[in-house]
Structure formats: C-alpha cells, structure tokens
Design a protein around this ligand. Structure first.
Ligand code: SAM
Length: 329
C-alpha cells in the first residue's frame, strides 16, 4: 500500500544523495572554490542508508534514485547499489550522474538491473562544457553516453538551460533524439547554486524553451507523460527519442509530487524547496528502533507543504541558496 501525505498524494519515490562531494564545479550548482563538504562521519554510512531504505520500502517506497554530489565519487558505490537492487519492495533503482567516473561501471549497472541513468550534460560543445563545469571532462562524459547506449541502459540527458551559456545547445541536444532512443530533458535553472540568486528573474522559463523547440520543430507532438512525471514530453515525428521540459523553478507539477529526498547527511526533505524537515541521522544514531523511525517518518509525511511555494515560504528568511550538490537535484 502506498503511503499518502496530508494532501492525498502517494509517496513512493525516494531520491537519495549518497555524497555531497562532486568532481565538477558547475557554476549553477556551486561556487568555483566548491562548498564546505560535511566531514565523513557526518555522512550517512551505507549501512545506515540501507537500514532506512528497508524501512521506507516497507512503507511503500518502490522507486529510488541515487544521486549526490556525484554518486560515483563515493567509494564502493557499486556494492551498495547491488544490495539496494535486492531490497524487497524496491522495484526500480535509477541513478543521476555527471558521467565522469561512470563508464567503467556501466556493464555492472546493466547486469544488476539499474532501471535508468540520467546523465547531466548541458552542452555538446567542449569549450562551453569547460566553462559551465569549470572542468575539462567533456570527452569522458561523451564516452559515458555512448557506453550507456551500447549497453542498452535506458538513458536520459538532463540539461539546465541558462541565459548566455548554452541556449545554442537546445537544438543540437534535441538532435540526439533523432538517432538515439534517449530522452533529452531541458530544465529551468533554480537558485540552488551555493551562493544565492545569480539572476534577477528566470529568463529561460519552460514556456520560452518550448517556444524555441516549436519554432525549430513545428511538427513536434505532445506525447503522454508518465504518472507523477516532472517533465512535459514531446516527440519529433520520425525521431527515436523524446524531448522533455521540466518547469523546476515554475513548479507546475507539485500537485502530483510523489517524491521525498534524503541528503547525504541524513536530512529528510519532503519538498525540494524546503529547508529539511527531519534530521533522521540523529534519530537513528540515538538508537531508535525501526518502529520509532517509521512513526517519525509517518508524522513528517503528514505535515508536507502543499507545493514548492509553500515550502519556500515556511523557510522564512532562509531563502533558497544552498548548493544542489547537498540535495541531489
Ligand atoms: N552529480 C550528479 C549529476 O551531475 O547528475 C548528480 C547530482 S546533480 C546536483 C543532479 C542534477 O541537478 C543535475 O542534473 C544538475 O544539472 C541539476 N542541478 C544542479 N543545480 C541546479 C540548478 N541550480 N538548477 C537546476 N538544476 C540543477
């Protein structure tokens, strides 16, 4: 039985950040000098994460996304993934990665039945990649993309659309869907950059992204969106893949939100825009039983903000500015 929140929405999807560390420095996510990472002992251990996942799986979580920071920066991730895939009740394990360290593991990911990989790629141009990520890793990411396809791992490309940075990439990235069965998703930039808002107002809204796509591909058709999907999806006739637009800052999809987040330091978030609503690590380390942990989860899910705007309001003066690397996207 799925668990329902106080607004009648089922909660069956957990996004788990296994680290806050990253090997890229994407300017929209972190300052150039990086963020102060939490000490290792403050991160949830794999054993602690597994215990929480087993409890949540019994409560109705069926889908998990492993994210970070960059998940493959954490040692022994692959063993942990193998164990996750075997937890009773967990039907799908997905991964979001920047692809820099991922390629050597693709075969194992496929063998263990990883449901899909979201690869973050904001441009198809090496120089722009270096400028956006502040690292020269384009070739390794491209290699990861081709390796995922070669192993038939269902793959999505995540692209944050940014004024003056990569809007010229919208069409070339969409063209990937001509030959490849991938989903390319264009995401509105959010202010989770570790230093506060760096734009006065969002320029590349979901409407503006759609307008560019429609101008270039007048025959592009709307296709059905999966239940609780955050993306509005389209397909260009004759193309193998699909294109999605995620209104992450406009927050048009909160009404069907089925997801919760656990940060690497054990903070539960019931909305991307909240400040963290529960420190589950402290409860766990204080010796709580599985039943006590379950009860505290249930109480927290019954006090969920209606949408991202209400969650942001509840933060009071603490405006959204933390690095997405601490949350996991
Ligand atoms: N390191 C992994 C990766 O790059 O995919 C996983 C973590 S990363 C924080 C998850 C996703 O969040 C990436 O697709 C990234 O582009 C997105 N993201 C980070 N900061 C963002 C921002 N300010 N606005 C929109 N998306 C953002």
């Amino acid at each position: 039985m799925p668990l329902f929140d106080n607004h009648g929405r089922p909660i069956d999807y957990l996004r788990l950040a296994v680290t806050d560390r990253c090997n890229l420095r994407c300017f929209y996510c972190m300052p150039a000098e990086g963020i102060s990472y939490v000490p290792k002992e403050e991160l949830l251990s794999y054993e602690e994460m597994e215990r929480l996942l087993r409890i949540l799986a019994k409560m109705g979580i069926t889908k998990i996304r492993i994210t970070g920071g960059e998940p493959f920066v954490r040692r022994n991730l692959i063993d942990f993934l193998g164990r996750l895939c075997k937890i009773p009740g967990i039907e799908e394990v997905h991964i979001t990665t920047n692809g820099v360290l991922t390629t050597p593991y693709v075969e194992e990911l496929q063998a263990m039945g990883i449901a899909s990989v979201n690869l973050s790629l904001d441009t198809f141009d090496r120089q722009r990649f270096k400028k956006i990520t502040r690292r020269d890793e384009f070739d390794r990411v491209l290699d990861c993309f081709h390796t995922l396809l070669a192993h038939n791992v269902p793959t999505k490309i995540n692209t944050v659309v940014m004024e003056g940075k990569n809007t010229q990439d919208i069409v070339p990235l969409t063209e990937l869907t001509r030959q490849h069965p991938v989903s390319v998703r264009f995401i509105e930039e959010m202010p989770f950059n570790g230093e506060g808002n760096h734009y006065p107002a969002l320029v590349w809204t979901h409407q503006k992204i759609l307008k560019v796509l429609k101008q270039h591909y007048p025959a592009m058709e709307k296709i059905a969106d999966a239940p609780a999907s955050t993306s509005y999806n389209y397909q260009i006739p004759g193309y193998q893949g699909t294109v999605g637009i995620i209104a992450a800052f406009s927050r048009t999809f909160c009404g069907t939100c089925n997801r919760i987040r656990l940060t690497a330091q054990g903070t539960l978030k019931t909305c991307l825009y909240d400040q963290g609503v529960l420190n589950i690590k402290n409860i766990l380390r204080a010796g709580a039983t599985d039943t006590e942990i379950r009860e505290v989860f249930e109480r927290t899910f019954r006090n969920r903000a209606k949408d991202g705007f209400e969650a942001e309001q509840r933060r009071g003066a603490q405006s959204v500015s933390e690095s997405m690397s601490t949350i996991g996207g």
